[in-house]
Design a protein around this ligand. Structure first.
Ligand code: C2O
Ligand code: CU
Length: 471
């Protein structure tokens, strides 16, 4: 019998699947602590039971053969040392997303290091100046390598553990798989995906499981670290049976906890830390719901609630301690940069420069290129800007395309600047939507060559990629 997925190519949980998901979670070591001399991170093929019971395990590429890879945990102010061993049939690198890292360790092939060939290895070693929720992922052929599963969470712990009962890392992902076999669609360069919203999957998982579940007790306070590791899906989430606060975005603590919004929007590569109290009755289910394309909320992570952990709810939490260099910059005299984004389907891009040559949109499309930044497609020898160390920069992003883009700057966090000059919380990835320019401000305080690209990974591969140099 051939299987198809219900609801327009989507898996639907059944009660049995929910239970099966719980069993596999219980067996998985979710919180692997970094040992003094840690095992290498081997990027290699493996199999993961992503789809519901009854389907074969999916062949993935993962760190340690699992997807997501192991949760790496290290203390703030510490150092992370990991050897990448390449057991893949392709060259690869690791990018440590959101870390204010030493440029040589940033993992960008052709810019900060050579890609590591099959069978070879590379030693990553760097300091961890900021606490928070980060992640690591492949940065070579990333449309394919990240879609195959090469990513994992990197948690930098505050010196004092915040007062929560448990700390759950929830890596959200989607996979584009055959509805019959649950094996990955091997088309990673689809012209349609690249020129539209990117490679969006039909099998949505939390921590590599179709129906992720955990047991909690009433009145427990949970720290949920959500990471959007998908290639292109913008998650819209809401909670049920939980009440709480947004504590941090992209690793960086908010000045004060903010009550949970009705909907949490998490663009590709973005993270959010929530503190939530379990308010559902024992026997009930609480959790995170995801808004699907058909306007229906479906479970993304389920918590089964048992007896009360305490008689009543706790006091609201205090803010997480700020990271160093979280002060708001003075925008007076800032260097002003603009990034005009054009292209894609329904975008009206006529022509752009690619590798020094001016090409019409059809010639670009023939090369599977669709997007331009300031009239240029993809990487150039010269950076978008050469910045002096310590220079204050504003970057106005104008989205003249028909699609949203998750713009990520390597090496430095930024703040969004409102029309009235107010500065938002620090982030490393911002969702830019058509017709609404967004201005970022940052201090160019980390020397090196830093990518600025769309984290809809097929968009980055088809033009949405540039870089800045900090001298
Ligand atoms: Cu998370 Cu350039 O990447
Ligand atoms: Cu994009």
């Amino acid at each position: 019998m051939s299987r198809t997925f219900n609801g327009g190519g989507r898996f639907r949980p059944t009660r049995r699947d929910v239970l099966a998901g719980a069993a596999s979670v219980a067996a998985a070591p979710l919180l692997a602590r970094a040992a003094p001399s840690p095992a290498p991170l081997e990027a290699r093929p493996g199999k993961v039971q992503l789809a519901p019971e009854g389907y074969d395990a999916t062949e993935v590429w993962g760190y340690g053969g699992t997807a997501p890879g192991p949760v790496l945990r290290a203390p703030q102010g510490g150092r992370l040392e990991r050897r990448l061993v390449n057991g893949l049939p392709q060259a690869t690198t690791i990018h440590w997303h959101g870390i204010r890292i030493d440029n040589a360790m940033d993992g960008v092939p052709g810019l900060t290091q050579e890609a590591v060939p099959p069978g070879a290895q590379f030693d990553y070693a760097f300091d961890l100046p900021d606490a928070g929720t980060y992640w690591y992922h492949a940065h070579e052929r990333s449309t394919e390598q990240v879609a195959r599963g090469l990513h994992g969470a990197l948690i930098v712990e505050e010196p004092e553990t915040p007062d929560v009962d448990r700390d759950e890392v929830l890596v959200l992902d989607d996979w584009l798989v055959s509805p019959e076999t649950a094996q990955l669609d091997p088309e990673f360069e689809s012209m349609h995906d690249r020129s539209h919203a990117g490679r969006r999957g039909n099998l949505i998982t939390t921590n590599g499981a179709f129906a992720w579940q955990a047991e909690v007790r009433r009145h427990e306070r949970l720290r949920l670290r959500l990471i959007n590791a998908s290639n292109a899906r913008i998650f819209v989430l809401s909670v049920q049976g939980l009440e709480g606060w947004v504590m941090a975005q992209d690793g960086m603590p908010l000045e004060a906890p903010e009550p949970l919004p009705r909907e949490i929007v998490l663009a590709p590569a973005q993270r959010v830390d929530l503190f939530v109290d379990v308010v559902a009755e024992p026997g009930a289910q609480a959790g995170l719901l995801r808004l699907d394309d058909d306007d229906t909320f479906r479970p993304q992570a389920v918590f089964s609630v048992s007896g009360a952990a305490g008689a009543s709810r706790r006091e609201p939490p205090r803010a997480l301690p700020p990271n160093p260099r979280q002060a708001k910059p003075d925008l007076e005299g800032a260097r002003r940069l603009t990034l005009n984004m054009e292209g894609g389907a329904m975008g009206g891009l006529q022509q752009a420069v690619y590798e020094g040559e001016r090409l019409g949109f059809r010639d670009l499309a023939r090369r599977n290129l669709f997007w331009s930044f300031n009239g240029t497609v993809g990487m150039t020898d010269a950076p978008l800007a050469e910045l002096d160390r310590g220079e204050m920069v504003t970057l106005k992003i104008v989205n003249d395309t028909a699609f949203p883009h998750a713009m990520h700057l390597h090496g430095m966090h930024f703040r969004t600047v409102g029309a009235d000059g107010t500065q938002g919380p620090m982030r490393d990835t911002v969702l830019s939507v058509p017709g609404e320019p967004v201005t970022l401000a940052f201090v160019a305080d980390n020397p090196g060559d830093w990518l600025l690209h769309c984290h809809m990974l097929g968009h980055a591969a088809s033009g949405m990629m540039t870089w800045v140099r900090v001298r």
